[in-house]
Design a protein around this ligand. Structure first.
Ligand SMILES: *Cc1c(COP(=O)(O)O)cnc(C)c1O
Length: 379
């Protein structure tokens, strides 16, 4: 039995007709940039996130850059970023000329904490980026509290947290601005690169839209008031996202059942399971376990044709561009980096597939069970 790390075939089969009509619609309307699909998706995504505004953009990375720039972050500013995240979180800060300040993460959830933010504050700190990594929102009550006290903007990196909630409120709508990626493998994925920023701040949304569209003034399209970029959301991607959005909650429910079956079957094995930290409800984008025998597990799973990943084996502050500026050791992120392993998870992952993944793990961690299996004695 071969189990891919991500399998989108079953999701796409469910919306095949809708996807087919995206192309027809596009060819018949000739609206490739902007137009009804982009507007409809922006309004649907704002509704889904319970925010007033949504600006579709070209990627999750662009979403972060544009949100930070529109808030006014730039050279001379420090932005607090968790060390355990995808590199784009930190790179977005650096490319706009600001300085990412890496902080350690919570040992249980591997997420940013308010205490770490407080300890990293300097007079130059201008913003913080809580990353809702693996799908689980960081503690937004306490992070927002520290941010308010210190006058920081809060830019959520919700690229892995479509539909996740904190205290019943959607990830992305909890700070100054929320940034999403619709990279194909995310919980809601386009057929290429795409992203969005959501916010309740009208002026901020307008500025993000202008920056993403050559700094163009909305009322006078030949007038460019800002130095912008071309980071718009394509109409074809908006069409795909609109076709898939109605299924997102069901797909997230499928991920949640897969995660709970993993938990049930793995709980007797010597691996650390991802912590659940209420009132966060995870979107279960990734299922990340930790083990001292990570590399043996990784090899055994790969040999068994089971797709695995590592998120992330090199923490951001250890990556080449950031090594020089990072301030001291971050023991939790460093320690987790060589222990973490991401197992296959997607909405249509079956119980049999999960069983097979867990049995392959069991054979490595508890070789005796393999002998029992071979003897047919195990019940
Ligand atoms: C995917 C991802 C991004 C970047 O999104 P792209 O659309 O690939 O640019 C940023 N942050 C996190 C946490 C991500 O998972």
């Amino acid at each position: 039995m071969s189990i891919p790390f991500i399998d989108m075939a079953a999701m796409h089969a469910e919306v095949r007709c809708e996807l087919d009509s995206v192309w027809e619609e596009l060819v018949s309307t000739n609206c490739y940039i902007g137009g009804p699909a982009v507007e409809q998706f922006e309004s649907a995504w704002a509704d889904y996130c319970d925010t007033r505004y949504c600006v579709g953009v070209s990627s999750g990375t662009a979403a972060l850059e544009l949100a930070l720039r529109a808030i006014g972050i730039g050279p001379g500013d420090e932005v607090i970023v968790p060390a355990n995240t995808f590199i784009a979180t930190a790179a977005a800060v650096a490319v706009i000329g600001a300085e990412p300040v890496f902080v350690d993460v919570d040992p249980a959830t591997l997420l940013l904490t308010a205490d770490a933010v407080r300890a990293a504050l300097t007079p130059r700190t201008a913003a913080v980026i809580p990353v809702h990594l693996y799908g689980q929102p960081a503690n937004m009550d306490s992070i927002n509290r520290v941010a308010a006290e210190a006058g920081l903007a809060v830019v959520e990196d919700a690229a892995q947290a479509h539909g996740a909630t904190w205290n019943g409120r959607k990830a992305g709508g909890l700070g100054t601005a929320g940034c999403f990626s619709f990279y194909p493998g995310k919980n809601l994925g386009a057929f290429g690169d795409a992203g969005a920023v959501v916010t309740n701040d009208r002026a901020l949304a307008q500025k993000i839209r202008a920056l993403s569209n050559h700094g163009r003034c909305q009322e006078m399209p030949y007038q460019h008031d800002l130095v912008g970029t071309n980071d718009r959301l394509d109409a074809v991607q908006a069409g795909v996202l609109l076709a898939k959005l109605p299924r997102l909650d069901d797909w997230n429910a499928g991920r949640a059942s897969a995660a709970s079956l993993y938990r049930k079957l793995l709980c007797e094995l010597p691996v650390d399971l991802p912590a659940i930290a209420p009132p966060a409800v995870s979107a279960n984008h990734l299922f990340v376990i930790q083990s001292d025998q990570r590399d043996q597990l990784r090899n055994a799973l790969s040999r068994a044709n089971i797709g695995v990943g590592m998120h992330y084996p090199i923490p951001c502050h250890q990556q080449v561009p950031f090594r020089r500026t990072s301030r001291g050791a971050l023991p939790v992120a460093d320690g987790a980096a060589c222990r973490l392993l991401s197992l296959p998870i997607y909405p249509h992952l079956t119980g049999n597939q999960i069983d097979h993944v867990v049995e392959t793990i069991r054979a490595v961690l508890n070789p005796a069970s393999q002998i029992e299996l071979a003897d047919g004695m195990r019940v």
